[in-house]
Design a protein around this ligand. Structure first.
Ligand code: NAD
Length: 384
């Protein structure tokens, strides 16, 4: 089967969906692989590296897609790319599925499209889970980005010019990104405090040496926090009010806040409203990892703007980088490519053909278009 790797065309995207390592393995499995010239350049892999792995190199986007049976991408295709995808091909990438507008165009071309971000967080899915591999990188990079804008030290110092207090870092959300952010901030010597709506995260937070802060729960709320698929649920207005008061109190003392709170398919919860930003100390930094997923394009802080650095009137730097993994293109691509390679085991057979295991839970969860139908969201049509 001919597998193609186009060069990503979205602004700021530096990753590539296959590495020389995974290309070599795909070829060993009996596939033919074509890589668009320059596809790995930003991740520091040259065309020669892919050639050495056994791929052929295509000169441009149009020639990359010709006769492709399976397309591997990081970002879902725009309309100009969909035009180039051959009828009946398969497509594996991340879609930003709750906002992606072109599923109907893919279905119209009878394309089998798989959205990797829908891989369920079950044990078997872990080695294919791009959300986890990329959030891990993003959580690490978020702390480094905060340090870049923070006008003070992170660790405590005793110097001849006086002592320096350690920075206080507040992390909101202790999922994959949050846990990596905690570990990174601790390594840099900060005092780390963490809030998550899921009480189950307390143990993980404390095992990383951070302090877990929590809202008191009644029995009903405790039961409601039992989560599905490893994700949080939306909470009641009363709970949210108690949560806001607690976060506002912690935010006023924090030097750095990293927000990672997410409920899949819902707008990011507002955790740091403008009124809380107004109480923070000048020079503090907010990294809003949920930027773009909030209402009006903000994230957990409504003042954040996608891919902008906003300075508030009281001197708080609010950073809204929506693609932190792209700042670490090599490792991010390596991990993404390995996730993809493992996933392909579910949609290809030993003879190197496209043969999706249609009754597999992961295949069913990720397949968003098939046989002319849309399988995701409001436009979903029942399978024929
Ligand atoms: P995750 O689902 O593993 O973790 C999210 C955590 O937020 C969960 O532990 C959940 O319980 C918690 N949460 C939900 N509502 C909350 C609330 N009201 N208060 C406190 N905690 C709450 O998700 P993840 O994979 O760690 O990703 C976290 C966020 O980072 C997402 O918004 C994701 O889109 C974003 N992300 C951004 C980048 C980037 O480059 N900016 C990259 C990767 C992920």
């Amino acid at each position: 089967m001919l597998i193609v790797i186009p060069k990503e065309n979205q602004a700021g995207e530096t990753r590539v969906a296959a590495s020389p390592e995974t290309v070599k393995k795909l070829i060993k499995q009996g596939h033919e692989v074509r890589v668009q010239s320059g596809a790995g350049f930003a991740a520091h892999w040259q065309d020669a590296d892919y050639l050495a792995a056994g791929a052929t190199i295509s000169a441009d986007t149009t020639s990359t897609y010709i006769d492709a049976a399976l397309i591997l991408k990081v970002q879902a295709p725009d309309t100009s790319e969909i035009e180039l995808i051959p009828q009946n091909a398969a497509l594996v990438c991340q879609f930003d599925i709750y906002r992606y507008p072109y599923l109907a165009a893919l279905a119209a071309k009878q394309i089998d499209a798989y959205a990797l971000e829908l891989i369920p967080r079950i044990t078997r899915g872990q080695s294919m889970d791009i959300l986890s591999s990329q959030a891990n990188i993003a959580g690490y990079r978020a702390v480094l980005l905060a340090v870049q804008y923070f006008p003070r030290f992170m660790p405590m110092f005793m110097t001849a010019a006086g002592s320096v207090k350690p920075a206080r870092v507040l992390i909101l959300g202790a999922g994959v990104a949050g846990l990596q952010a905690i570990a990174t901030a601790k390594r840099l010597g900060a005092i780390v405090e963490v809030f998550d709506v899921r009480p189950a995260t307390r143990e993980q937070v404390e095992s990383l040496g951070a302090k877990f802060i929590e809202v008191e729960l009644n029995d009903e709320e405790r039961a409601a926090f039992e989560h599905t698929g490893g994700y949080a649920k939306e909470m009641s207005a009363d709970y949210r009010q108690r949560q806001s008061a607690l976060i506002a109190q912690q935010a006023a003392q924090a030097d750095i806040i990293i927000t990672t709170a997410l409920i899949p398919g819902k707008p990011a919860p507002v955790l740091i409203p403008a009124s809380t930003v107004a109480t923070m100390k000048s020079g503090s930094v907010i990294i809003d990892m949920a930027v773009r997923t909030g209402l009006n394009g903000g994230g957990n802080c409504p003042l954040s703007q996608a891919n902008e650095v906003v300075i508030s009137d009281n001197g708080i730097t609010i950073v809204g980088n929506s693609n932190l993994p792209a700042l670490m293109a090599t490792d991010a691509s390596s991990m993404f490519a390995r996730n993809v390679l493992t996933f392909l085991g579910l949609v290809t057979n030993k003879e190197g053909q496209y043969a999706p295991q249609s009754d597999d839970e992961i295949v069913q969860a990720t397949r968003v278009t098939h046989a002319g139908s849309i399988y995701f969201g409001e436009a979903a049509t029942p399978p024929a």
